[in-house]
Design a protein around this ligand. Structure first.
Ligand SMILES: [Fe+2]
Length: 255
């Protein structure tokens, strides 16, 4: 499996706190079946700045450490970028990493309780620059939960979305799990990722998530999700699904 979102680089954000922890996380990733992982530290989220060049250097160093520890995990530099008013300028200054060498896809994070009013305008401008936004874990955003039509609007205007495997497996509670399922059922998610931070807090559940997806949504869906993870890393076109709105009524009755 390919993991397109993780915080394994030590000591640069709220993820791994030491190289030893990073190596343990990498072992857990391999154990779960992951062969390739994007290193996606937070960037411009108000708390952490991780410049593109630094992430590239640290990822190369981590790859050496993995090889020395005989852990068969290939790692690639990227970032989890908080949506912010300076994003376009940061792209122009080459300080934003994509998920792929073509510079096509960018992982975009929203504040956990907000979808800023300038979102649609910014995502449109990104696409005008040839950058395709991939919204990370929308299922954990309370605003999307309250107004799921916002996510529909974002995805149907050309963005993609990544659901976190642990959310889908219930680690963050029933409401987040149900919303993850609703997002996937509505064709508004395209890929799973671990978003791994700490070995103790969140176990790798990528394999379990793929298994659940197959049972709930049919054998073809895990194949397409995996294909999309590969496409994100290679800069190829992702598979889209038939998108529908998540109805609030359905949501409220579920929570
Ligand atoms: Fe993350």
């Amino acid at each position: 499996m390919i993991d397109v979102h993780s915080h394994l680089l030590p000591n640069i954000d709220d993820g791994s706190k030491s190289l030893a922890d990073s190596l343990d996380l990498a072992r857990a990733a391999v154990e779960d079946g992951i062969t390739d992982a994007l290193m996606t530290p937070h960037h411009m989220n108000g708390r952490y700045i991780n410049h593109a060049k630094d992430v590239v250097d640290l990822t190369a160093q981590f790859q050496v450490a993995l090889q020395e520890a005989n852990i068969p995990l290939n790692v690639f530099p990227s970032q989890e970028v908080r949506i912010n008013g300076n994003l376009l300028r940061a792209i122009e200054h080459n300080d934003i990493l994509s998920t792929d060498p073509e510079g096509r896809y960018i992982l975009i994070e929203f504040p956990s309780d907000d979808v800023p009013s300038y979102t649609m305008d910014l995502l449109f401008k990104l696409q005008q620059m040839g950058k395709i936004p991939v919204v990370v874990h929308p299922e954990r955003n309370t605003q999307f939960m309250k107004k799921p039509e916002l996510l529909y609007q974002i995805v149907s205007s050309g963005a993609y979305a990544q659901v976190t495997a642990n959310s889908y497996m219930g680690t963050f509670g029933k409401a987040v799990m149900k919303f993850s399922e609703d997002i996937i059922d509505a064709g508004l998610a395209h890929v799973f990722a671990s978003d791994a931070h700490h070995i103790s807090g969140r176990q790798y559940q990528m394999a379990a998530a793929f298994e659940k997806l197959g049972k709930k949504s049919g054998d073809q869906m895990p194949v397409l999700f995996e294909k999309n993870a590969k496409a994100l890393m290679n800069g190829n076109k992702l598979v889209r699904f038939e998108e529908s709105k998540i109805h609030k009524k359905k949501l409220f009755s579920a929570y």
